[in-house]
Write a protein that binds this ligand. Structure first.
Ligand SMILES: [Zn+2]
Length: 173
């Protein structure tokens, strides 16, 4: 399956609400899952980061995300069914704006229900890094980007400045 071009901030597809997948066995769904996996692996090998990707980022406005971090595989029609009151903040980045980081607040633990690529109903409990990753990817399916979640406009910064910040104040991050 081919590696796809990743759509960048400003592309209107990133702002669409994605359609629910109705026929899990449709060839275009199988193809989308394979393309997401290959595009994620390619991005990670080139850029040195990347743990998940959402279908709209490769131009497919369907509710599919692909994760390769703690959990590996596609989550189809994912829905967050529980969120902890406990929250945490982190600097978030995205393939669709690789030079920008936004400091966001996320729920520390969540539960997600979804279908796997075989159409089986699954439930995933996630905490910390996997939890924020899933919240980021599921936001994509609603046309919401990490920059929209920035705690305020001062917390949207360029990666070069972020790297200076990390070097100076590792504890603050
Ligand atoms: Zn993203």
């Amino acid at each position: 399956m081919p590696v796809k071009e990743i759509l960048l901030l400003g592309n209107p597809i990133l702002r669409q609400k994605c359609a629910i997948v109705k026929n899990i066995n449709a060839p275009e769904v199988t193809e989308a899952v394979a393309d997401l996996r290959d595009t994620l692996m390619d991005f990670r090998s080139r850029m040195g980061f990347g743990r998940g990707i959402a279908a709209p980022q490769i131009g497919i406005a369907k509710q599919i995300i692909y994760i390769d971090f703690e959990y590996q595989g596609a989550l189809i029609n994912p829905k967050i069914t529980k969120r902890s009151k406990r929250k945490f903040t982190l600097w978030d980045d995205c393939f669709s704006f690789p030079d920008i980081l936004a400091k966001v607040e996320r729920n520390y633990t969540i539960e997600v229900s979804f279908l796997n690529k075989d159409g089986k109903k699954q439930k995933l409990k996630a905490e910390g890094a996997l939890s924020e990753l899933l919240q980021h990817e599921i936001d994509h399916l609603n046309g919401v980007l990490a920059i929209d979640r920035a705690i305020d406009s001062k917390h949207i910064i360029l990666r070069r400045e972020y790297e200076k910040l990390v070097a100076k104040q590792p504890v603050m991050l």
